[in-house]
Design a protein around this ligand. Structure first.
Ligand SMILES: C[S@@+](CC[C@H](N)C(=O)[O-])C[C@H]1O[C@@H](n2cnc3c(N)ncnc32)[C@H](O)[C@@H]1O
Length: 450
């Protein structure tokens, strides 16, 4: 790996790290180790074509190794690529199944998707990204992983303050940062780095943290993380934040071998900062990271939720019923919610979400078209296979054909005669197929085809 560290960077860290600096610079020059997660939200989730012999010690779902982004395992949401250090953030946040969780800086979604699996897709996960293009990538990752408890929003942290004061039990601020910890994974990022850039990032992070404070319930938990080494963006910022908000205090984080304490000497000599956690690549098998966990004191006020109306008319219920009778074993009403012609199983019906730019609220079931209902890819990626009347198992050639956008011609008459069937490959549901006249018509979204 060829990482050209600037003189400013080297001088700064020589001063901060003393004798350790050369070992630290050398580690940034070495290759990083890849890792990935399996997805317990999927049926038979350990049935994947990857080596699971090297588990990551602090994660039930993380493994060292490489994955193929074009494989069925990836395409059907059984795998998610995430580097080892970043995996620990969701473990530190420790979301519970009844929590309302906010991931404030969430794209592309590696931490949100981990959080959702830890919540078993229950409770509420609001996953937000300020940048629209990145928010859409976040939304597609939420879909691929079969997550049903997430509201995906595209807002600035400030936008939340209007309606969501004291709303969330747990908040993650995985802050936009100078990315020093990612230099060896993404050597291009070295080019954007400067001493001024670090200052700009630190300033932006202070604003995001202040919003998070406003949105956190008394008694709630806030996790702050960055993938950078700079004291300004880590210990200094947290020391400043604690001095501004006396209700907030740091909590201990369990440290595994190679993980280090936060550095009080880098944060105004605040000894509480030893409770924070640092990962440096010369001591830890992962990229550079900082994490800390804080609690807000006080008792939570009663949360009065006002629900929106679901917006579904009698005609639409009939169309859905017709679809369900023909293609499903059963369909129980569950938070149905209509947005223009699209039907969702909402993650939240709380009226307050009207004030935000919501890209996805829960599970997108499908679309009402003229006289019919058509199911969405999101639904097949989240559905329990036993709920479908028919699943057609594609062979290797048929899978290739389908991924290239073509229909499947059946030579024998199949056992099913319903129109919408689940398609699986290597026992993983990945798409709907529309059956008629001995053909399975291709309905795989164009953006996902090869
Ligand atoms: C470190 S990345 C998040 C990575 C993500 N948590 C994950 O694990 O996949 C930080 C994100 O913050 C977003 N961001 C940039 N400026 C922001 C701001 N002022 N407020 C909130 N988020 C911002 C960036 O677009 C970026 O997607």
């Amino acid at each position: 790996m060829n990482v050209e560290l600037s003189t400013d960077f080297k001088d700064k860290y020589r001063k901060l790290m003393g004798e350790r600096a050369d070992k630290f610079f050398a580690a940034i020059e070495t290759d990083s180790r890849n890792s990935f997660r399996i997805n317990p939200l999927k049926p038979n989730y350990k049935n994947v074509n990857v080596d699971l012999s090297e588990p990551i010690p602090y994660s039930d779902v993380g493994y060292y190794g490489d994955i193929d982004g074009n494989s069925i395992d990836h395409q059907a949401g059984y795998l998610y690529s995430q580097e080892p250090s970043a995996m620990y953030v969701a473990e530190v946040l420790d979301p519970q199944k009844t929590d309302k969780v906010l991931d404030l800086c969430a794209a592309p979604g590696s931490k949100s998707t981990y959080i959702a699996t830890k919540m078993d897709s229950q409770g509420l996960l609001v996953t937000n990204e300020i940048n629209n293009k990145r928010a859409r990538i976040l939304s597609s990752n939420i879909e691929r992983m079969g997550i049903t408890n997430a509201v995906v929003t595209n807002n600035s942290p400030k936008d939340f303050e209007k309606k969501f004061e004291g709303y969330f039990d747990r908040i993650l601020v995985d802050a936009p940062c100078s990315g020093e910890g990612m230099f060896r994974k993404d050597p291009e990022s070295v080019k954007y780095w400067s001493l001024d850039y670090v200052e700009q990032c630190a300033n932006r992070q202070r604003h995001i943290l202040d919003s998070a404070f406003n949105l956190l319930k008394p008694g709630g938990t806030l996790v702050y993380s960055t993938c950078t080494f700079s004291p300004e963006e880590n210990e200094e910022n947290i020391d400043h934040f604690l001095s501004q908000h006396e209700e907030m205090s740091l909590s201990e984080i369990k440290k595994y071998p190679g993980m280090e304490d936060g550095k009080p000497e880098w944060g105004n000599d605040n000894q509480e900062l030893t409770k924070a956690l640092r990962m440096f690549p010369d001591e830890f098998e992962g990229e550079g990271h900082f994490m800390c966990k804080m609690t807000k004191s006080g008792a939570a006020a009663k949360n009065r939720e006002k629900n929106v109306s679901t917006g579904i008319g009698k005609e639409e219920v009939k169309l859905l019923d017709k679809f369900a009778k023909a293609n499903l074993i059963d369909l129980a009403e569950n938070n149905w919610f209509k947005v223009s012609d699209f039907l969702y199983q909402a993650a939240s019906l709380d009226n307050r979400f009207k004030s935000l730019h919501v890209l996805r609220n829960g599970l997108k079931l499908g679309e009402f078209k003229k006289n019919r209902f058509e199911p969405d890819i999101a639904w097949i990626l989240a559905i329990e296979p036993t709920k479908l009347k028919a699943i057609y198992k594609l062979n290797d050639d048929q899978f290739e054909t389908y991924m290239y956008g073509e229909s499947i011609i059946l030579t024998d008459k199949p056992e099913f005669d319903n129109k919408w069937i689940g398609l699986s490959y290597q026992d993983k549901l990945f798409s709907w197929g529309r059956y008629s006249n001995n053909q399975i018509k291709n309905v795989y979204p164009k953006g996902l085809r090869r």
